[in-house]
Every structure is written in C-alpha cells, then in structure tokens.
Design a protein around this ligand. Sequence first.
Ligand SMILES: *Cc1c(COP(=O)(O)O)cnc(C)c1O
Length: 394
Amino acid sequence: MLENKIRNIPVGRPSVGAREEAAVLGVLRSGWLTRGPWVSEFEAALCAYTGARHAIVVSSGTAGLHLACLAAGLSNGTRCWTTPVSFAATANAPMLCGAEIDFVDVDPRTANMDLDLLAKRLSIAESHGTLPHVVLPVHFAGQPVDMGKLRSLADRYKFRVIEDAAHTFGATDSGLPVGNCTHSDFCVLSFHGLKTITTGEGGAVLTNDDRLAEQVRRLRHNGLSRDRATYREDLGPWAFEQQSLGFNYWLSDIACSIGIVQLERIEEFLERRRVLVAEYERLLAHVPHVRLAQRPGVASANHLFVICLDFESLGLTRVELFDRMKQRGVALQVHYVPFPAQPFYQDRGFRMSDFPGATKYYAEAISLPLYVDLSFEDLAHVCASLSECLGVNV
Ligand SMILES: *Cc1c(COP(=O)(O)O)cnc(C)c1O
C-alpha cells in the first residue's frame, strides 16, 4: 500500500554513484592525494564550462568567499554590502576580513537583492562619503541577479563585485553562464553536498583578472607564491617566496576527481531539476501559493524550490506545517533566517524592521524537497501531504 509506506524525504541529497566511486579509487591508487593533476584538470574544466579565465578550487565555498573578499581589498575600515537573506558564510567572509557589513534589502518576489534600492542607497552613500568597497550579491535559489544592471552601478560608483553563486552554478542569463565573470571581479561557487555539483566539501573562485587570480592562489597556499615572475629575490630552485600571510584552503585531488565527474553530469542534473520543478508546478496548481518570480532570459539552476504561503489566511503556523509534514515523512526548510533576525547581528544594531522585503519573504517562505534523485512518487507524496496539511481539497 502506497499510503502506508514509511517515507523519509529530505530537503536535499547529493547524487553520487559508480563513476564518482571509480574516480576516487583512481586517485587513491595513483600516489597523488593533493595538489596533483586532478586539481588542475578540475580547474580547467570549470574554466571551460563557465568561460572564466581562472578557476581556483578551494576547500569550501566559505573559503572561496573569504579569499575573494581579501583579494578584493576588504580589510579594517572598508565597507561591504550584501543581502540580508543568505547563508551565514556570505556575511561572515567580509567580516572576517575586518570589513564593516551592511545589508541591502531583497525584493520579496525573487529574494534577490533589490537593485533599484541599491541604486538609491549608493547615491545617498556617495553624498555621505560612505560608498561600499565591495557589493556581494547572492544569486538566490538558482536565479542570478541582473549582473548587467549591477555592473553599470559598479562602474559608476567604483566598487568591486563578488558574486556568491553557491546556489546558482549551471544557471545562465541571456545565454551567459553564471561564473563567466563578465560583470564581476569574482564569482564564488560551492561544492557542498547539496549544491548543483558536489565534491563533498569544496568550492571555487572564478575571475578573469590575472593579478587577482594570482593573489587568490597565493592566499590559498599560505601566502607562498608560485609565480616566479613576481619574486623579489631568487631564494633558490627549492623556494616559494612568501609574499603575504595566507591559509591552507586547498581542495584535495580526491575531492577534485569527484568534481570532474560531477561536472560531466551537470546537464543531466540541471535537466532533472527542471523536470521536477515543472512537476511541482503541475501538482501544486490547486494550492494557493506564490513562487519566486523568474526574470525573463534566465535559466535557473533550480537549487531550491521555494514557495511562499500566506499562513495567516491558511489558518496555521509554519511550525505546525513543519510538524505535520514531518509526521508524513517530509522534511521542509526555511532558507534562511535573515541576518538582521540573528542575535549576532541584532547585537550590531541591525533590526528586521529596516528590511521590509526580507521580513515579507521570511514570513512566507518554505523550501520543499528538491534533489536530483527525488522520485516522482515521492514528489507526489510531498504535494499530497502539503494539500492535506493545508486543508486544501484536491
Ligand atoms: C552553501 C553556501 C555557501 C557556502 O558554501 P560552503 O561550501 O558550504 O562553505 C555560501 N553562500 C551560500 C548562499 C550558500 O548556500
């Protein structure tokens, strides 16, 4: 009996199989475990896929954001503006560099940074002499921010742009793949287990700027430069010159070998996500909900399937919905608690009342399960359960 089957449907799950297993075994048997040929091969594949000149793989998306922020010049006394609705890493990275953080509210229809509001805020900041050094947009849930529009603001107000594309690897905007860096200084990817492709933990920094790329490589490698052309002294054929402080943010060859296979499968992943989203739309037609709006010309990476519900008119709370869905074996999530609602940021003077867009989005949003190996049967169960819990007749 279908109804009695015990289900346990998570919000997300990685899709790895026999090819990834074989790739890992190949590395383990090769004698290289790190800083070897799979690193360069994965980086070259990322460049080929995105069109970026440089790809520097790192141990996580967070590490990638940290290095991009440092290379973009964030330090004590600088300012970085980002979105109030994102994963902790987005705001941690600039703050770890010593930068002062501020948030530009989202458009609640897309949960992406509101670029008209950004334009207004920039013009005010210009008159106060408080322009940001870096603007860090997040391409939310799979849909890129309008980078052409952001570029024209960056040109006018002279800030650097770092794209947080952790949700959006594989998306295109007017045919241009996310990660090509045409309109930004850096684009940062995450290969965490639930992202478009995974290496376990992992990430990458993409850029078209040779100098910035070299800086990121050096920061990944404890401040040691591999670019002999930039050395002040020749300390010997054995020596890498230390040119700054740095970190060990390398990604292992084991991880990169998984990434190479995953990148070969990316079209299959993106197509499957598209099909699942279309199926959700079909089965949820009778449920009163609002989807995040999509800009024309954009092919989303469909990282998250977010729906917005008017809980007040539905007569139940989101906590009750989470609970009832859990009883039916379905996990839900809310992406994310906005930064200004976190005690850490409240202690720094931020208040949700200053972010009406984030407030509206956060009051209504839930993420339904979406991952490559989600079956149509499980998806139908999610939709039937949701109708039931909301008291909506099919
Ligand atoms: C996943 C994620 C990150 C961080 O990536 P990690 O690889 O987990 O460090 C950053 N920003 C956003 C929006 C993310 O979803």
